[in-house]
Every structure is written in structure tokens, then in C-alpha cells.
Design a protein around this ligand. Structure first.
Ligand code: NZQ
Ligand code: ZN
Length: 385
């Protein structure tokens, strides 16, 4: 196992009917900005329920954070925070709202050029202060509710924004708030969480059985509850397991002390930025083809994945790896998520644009071994078409 630090300060408040606890969770004297998305929380009553719990605190609202939150939109919230001396942010929504809120938290007190906060990649932001934030999560997928990461879209790119100051102080995870999700978003959530686990698990072995066994358990849980919660949207137990698995998929625990890949995410980000394909859909396109091209580098872990997650025991090493790749693709498809770039109406010639965008964004040495270059990215995209 590699050396690691692990510190996760987010207080998880899990379960049904816990919004009333906002009154204890948000400081009594706080001047609060409640941030949300395109209106689902208005339509389904969550916004009103939250506002009711904030009582006599000074509260301002900021709606309209779009999926794949845009820098320009978030800067409007930054202005409000500065003008009104807001000192607590409450994110009410999915990954886009949580991520957008994290960016606002970091950018509002920042003295320098806020745009430069998009240029630090996976390194922590050079900031000393961030506005404390809380979350009421409405979509299980990204893990943003219990991590320090965010992804912000700007000028045709998607940029990671990381800071340990941006862990939510608390996240309320009420599975019943997610019952209203359209089928497509539930399926996307299962795929996103699944690939988060894969990117931290299917690399190379470093004798980390705690992380491995946890990853395998989380993957198996998704295989089990994904289809159930799609078919029975109000099955509380299935939804609760999906919510908690998505959180665990990216709260840092299974990634501590092990190599991490993230190439599928980085290539996928360009597909979203260029063609507007949903985040999880891009992962379903890239992951199976990436494995086909990277069998050698990931051999041992792919074999372990085949055996422990899919119970594939027959055939040669290559046959078992291929069967595991097929099973993964079939799983995504069974959820209704298409796994071919051509199925999203993208023309083959546009692969050039994706490769150029990867180059522009410095994504030229991806993966756990840093040797996934532009030529291999092109092959992956060709294979995925
Ligand atoms: O905007 P509203 O009207 O609220 O509708 C949203 C949105 O249209 C809707 N929705 C959310 N909760 C709902 C609901 N509809 C009905 N009922 C509910 N309870 O769902 C749509 C998608 O929401 P979004 O927040 O965009 O989805 P998701 O949670 O998948 O977040 C995706 C974003 O997270 C980033 C992605 O890049 C993308 O920008 N990621 C963040 C990560 C992180 N912070 O660690 C890691 C991930 O890999 C990912 O990159
Ligand atoms: Zn993701």
C-alpha cells in the first residue's frame, strides 16, 4: 500500500425527514445564500421546505446553476456573496449545484483573478479561506457531497477545482428527495458512481485489500440496486443504498493509498464540453474501449475484477478480461445508457476535435502510469465510435 493521508470532515446526515435539522446545522447568526439549479427544487417543494427551516436567518437565493456549471453563471453568485457579505452557502441540488457552490465558496473571498482558479488541475487551490458550505443533495452520482472536488465549465473546457477548504461542513442525504429524478438521471448516477470506483480500483495491484474489497463491495451493490431503483423509483431501501454507494465511490476512502487512473473522466470531459453529452454517458462511451487498449497495463486488476465482481472463472486470461469488459458494457446498456459515440449523433470526423481539445487542456500523459498519450486517446475514441 502507498503512503497516504486521509481526512474527511464532512458530517453526513442520512435518512428521511431530516431537513428540520438544518436549524442546528446552519449557524444561528448566518447570512445564508441558498444555491440551486434549473428549478427542480422549486417544482418539488424542496426549496420551500429548506427555506422554512432557516427561520429568521438572513437568506438570499440564487437559482439557475446549469448542469456542468458555467464559470460566468457562478461569478454572478460570487458578486452577490461579496455585495451582501454572505457567510454561509447552502447547495440544494445535484453535482452541478454542489460543485458550483464549492467554486463560489473559494472564489468569493479570493483577491486575485477568479478565472485563474480554474488552472490548478488536481492540485489544491492556492487559497487561504473559503466560505463554509452545506449541502442538501438531490441526485446520487458525483460524490461531491462528501469530497473536496468540483468541476467547472468555461470556454469549451471542464476544469477540476480542488481544495480541502471546500469539503461541505455537512450534507443532508435524504434518499426520498431523489425519488423525483427522471429515469435517465438515475441511470447516469449509477454509471458515474460505478466509473468512479473503477478509476480507483482497476489500475495495478499495490497490496491494498481493504480498498480493493471495499471497491468490489460497492460495485456489486450498484449492480444489485441499480436496476431495482430504476424499476421501482420509490423503493426506499434500494435508493438509500444507491445514495450511500455513490457517496462512498468518491469520498476519498477507496482511493487512499492506491494508484488512480481518471483517464476515462478526462477524455469524457471533452465529450461533454464539445458535444453536450451527459457526464455519465461520456464515461459509458470511454471506459470499455479504454480497457481494450490498456489490457496490458491493467491486466492483474482486470482479472481480479472479472473474478470477484462478475464471477468469471472460465477461459484464458484474455478471454476472462474480454468477458469482464463485455459485462461492463452490457451493464451500462441495461440501464439505458448507450456506450457508443456514434449513438449520440457525433460524426466520426469530430474525433479530431476531441484529440485537439485534450492537447489544448494538457491531457497528454493520462492514466495511473502517465503514459496514455494523444495517440492512445485517439485509438480509444476510434474504438468507442
Ligand atoms: O437543475 P435542476 O432543475 O435542479 O435539474 C437537475 C439537472 O437538470 C436534475 N435534478 C437534480 N436533482 C433532481 C433533479 N430532477 C428531479 N429531481 C431531483 N431530485 O438533474 C439534472 C442533472 O443534474 P446535475 O447536478 O448536473 O447532475 P450530476 O449530479 O450528475 O452532476 C454532474 C456534474 O458533476 C460533475 C460533472 O462533471 C458534472 O458537471 N462531477 C463532479 C465530481 C465531483 N465534484 O467530485 C466528480 C464527477 O466525476 C463529475 O465530474
Ligand atoms: Zn464522474
Amino acid at each position: 500500500m502507498q503512503n497516504f493521508d486521509y481526512h474527511n470532515p464532512t458530517h453526513i446526515v442520512f435518512g428521511q425527514d431530516r431537513l428540520a435539522e438544518l436549524d442546528q446545522l446552519v449557524p444561528a447568526q448566518a447570512n445564508v445564500l441558498v444555491l440551486y439549479g434549473g428549478g427542480s427544487v422549486e417544482r418539488f417543494g424542496t426549496l420551500d421546505a429548506v427555506l422554512a427551516q432557516l427561520g429568521s436567518r438572513r437568506v438570499t437565493t440564487f437559482g439557475g446553476i446549469e448542469p456542468n456549471p458555467q464559470f460566468d453563471t457562478l461569478m454572478k453568485a460570487v458578486e452577490i456573496v461579496r455585495e451582501q457579505e454572505i457567510d454561509f452557502l447552502l447547495a440544494l441540488g445535484g453535482g452541478s449545484v454542489m460543485d458550483g457552490t464549492k467554486f463560489v465558496a473559494a472564489a468569493a473571498p479570493y483577491q486575485g483573478d477568479a478565472e485563474s482558479l480554474l488552472s490548478h488541475g488536481f492540485a489544491p487551490l492556492p487559497i487561504e479561506r473559503s466560505i463554509p458550505l452545506g449541502v442538501v443533495a438531490t441526485l446520487p452520482a458525483t460524490g461531491s457531497e462528501m469530497n473536496m472536488g468540483a468541476v467547472v465549465s468555461h470556454n469549451g473546457g471542464k476544469f477540476p477545482v480542488m481544495s480541502p477548504l471546500n469539503f461541505p461542513k455537512f450534507s443532508i442525504l435524504d434518499p426520498s428527495l431523489t425519488f423525483t429524478l427522471p429515469r435517465k438521471q438515475v441511470a447516469n448516477g449509477v454509471v458515474d458512481a460505478f466509473v468512479h470506483i473503477l478509476e480507483q480500483y482497476v489500475t495495478y495491484p499495490v497490496n491494498a485489500p481493504v480498498q480493493d474489497r471495499t471497491a468490489e463491495g460497492l460495485l456489486q451493490t450498484l449492480i444489485e440496486v441499480g436496476p431495482v431503483t430504476l424499476e421501482q423509483p420509490e423503493n426506499y431501501d434500494a435508493r438509500a443504498s444507491l445514495v450511500w454507494t455513490a457517496t462512498w465511490a468518491l469520498n476519498g476512502f477507496i482511493g487512499a493509498g492506491v494508484p488512480q487512473d481518471w483517464a476515462t473522466h478526462m477524455i469524457g470531459h471533452e465529450l461533454t464540453a464539445l458535444f453536450g453529452i451527459d457526464h455519465a454517458q461520456t464515461l459509458a462511451i470511454v471506459q470499455p474501449s479504454l480497457w481494450k487498449l490498456r489490457k496490458q497495463q491493467k491486466r492483474e486488476k482486470l482479472l481480479q475484477y472479472a473474478q470477484r465482481v462478475w464471477h468469471i472463472n472460465a477461459g484464458s486470461d484474455d478471454q476472462r478480461i474480454d468477458a469482464a469488459i463485455d459485462k461492463t458494457r452490457e451493464f451500462f446498456q441495461s440501464l439505458g445508457v448507450a456506450t457508443r459515440l456514434s449513438e449520440y449523433g457525433v460524426e466520426r470526423e469530430r474525433i479530431d476535435d476531441v484529440v485537439n481539445a485534450l492537447q489544448t487542456h494538457g491531457m497528454t500523459a493520462l492514466s495511473e502510469t502517465g503514459d496514455l498519450d494523444l495517440a492512445i486517446s485517439r485509438q480509444i475514441l476510434e474504438d468507442a465510435y
